[in-house]
Design a protein around this ligand. Structure first.
Ligand SMILES: C[S@@+](CC[C@H](N)C(=O)[O-])C[C@H]1O[C@@H](n2cnc3c(N)ncnc32)[C@H](O)[C@@H]1O
Length: 304
């Protein structure tokens, strides 16, 4: 399936995120989430001939959006390995890092990837098609309690226990391997009027677990903290509250849990200065043009 870049993914908060990096033309930058390449192209447009940009994506489909530009290096890997790849490419410090988290529109629009309840197909949801557990593996093997926790924590679903119990009961009769089979079990739990919203939360929860998104984000944020030079910028776009809390905590306290550590004088120790105290969200114009941008939140910080 070939798609042009615009339909692959419409970039969210493009200008404020790249403005937030405060780009030095000769600097070294990382875009941890290449996707359709929207932010990457904008960063490249602001770099001079000596500038450098490393772009990560763990999904091989993103490779079709690699810009033909000698200043750009693509890393097909999970961004949790940021530290190792910076070292591999001989980069000891970076001037800025952008993360535009989650999945791209391409993931939702490709019926074969299992991210959307609009299509039937394999219950997969892996961003990296070559590794890790699929959503079907999780639904068919996790204990009832662990499944309930996934729905509760990552989907904020009130009936997470009932959902988990129904899945465990159903899988005893036959494994749940397709989106259709999964929907037959979970749909009856949601009223017609809220069905789409609730299903989106169920799918989001499974996707976060499949891709170990919280763990990857935590590791990447710590590696980024180490790699940024003093004065370097971190810009992160999140799409749900748990991710945003981790980023907010990191900026405020230097750790994702938000544990305040004070120095001898009682001052909170953090390696960052928040550039925007109030989170940046898309304006009405952007959400009208691109409804998928509605939940986006941007935080920018400067390394001290
Ligand atoms: C929201 S899209 C990024 C869109 C991009 N900024 C643009 O303008 O087109 C997120 C992308 O990051 C990738 N991704 C998500 N988590 C990742 C991770 N832990 N490591 C590497 N890539 C990841 C996804 O495969 C997806 O292509």
């Amino acid at each position: 399936m070939t798609k042009d870049i615009q339909t692959y993914h419409i970039p969210v908060l493009l200008k404020p995120a790249v403005d937030g990096l405060d780009i030095r033309p000769e600097g070294t930058y990382v875009d941890t989430t290449l996707g359709g390449g929207g932010h990457t192209r904008e960063i490249l447009s602001r770099l001079g001939p000596q500038g450098r940009l490393l772009g990560f994506d763990q999904d091989e489909d993103a490779e079709r959006n690699i810009p033909d530009d000698p200043r750009f290096t693509f890393v097909r890997s999970n961004f949790r390995f940021l530290h190792n790849f910076l070292r591999y490419h001989g980069i000891s410090q970076i001037d800025g890092l952008l993360a535009d988290l989650g999945v791209s529109s391409h993931h939702f629009d490709d019926s074969e990837r299992g991210f959307s309840f609009r299509f039937d197909g394999a219950l997969d949801m892996r961003m990296n098609k070559r590794a890790g557990q699929t959503a079907a593996d999780i639904v068919n093997t996790y204990s009832e309690e662990r499944l309930a926790n996934v729905f509760y924590l990552y989907g904020e679903l009130k009936n997470s226990r009932k959902l988990a119990a129904a899945l465990v009961k159903a899988r005893a009769a036959a494994p749940i391997n397709t989106i259709g089979a999964f929907l037959d079990i979970v749909k009856p739990f949601f009223g017609r009027e809220r069905e789409k919203k609730e299903m989106a939360r169920v799918f989001q929860a499974l996707r976060i677990e499949v891709n170990q998104e919280m763990e990857a984000l935590k590791e990447m944020l710590y590696a980024a903290t180490d790699a940024l030079r003093p004065g370097g910028r971190l810009a992160v776009i999140t799409y749900h509250s748990l991710e945003d809390r981790m980023v907010k905590n990191l900026i405020k306290t230097g750790n994702v849990e938000g544990k305040m550590e004070k120095d001898f004088f009682g001052n909170t120790q953090t390696p960052f200065r928040a550039v925007n105290n109030k989170v940046i969200v898309p304006d009405d114009d952007e959400t009208a043009r691109n409804p998928r941008s509605r939940s986006a939140k941007l935080r920018i910080a400067e390394k001290l």
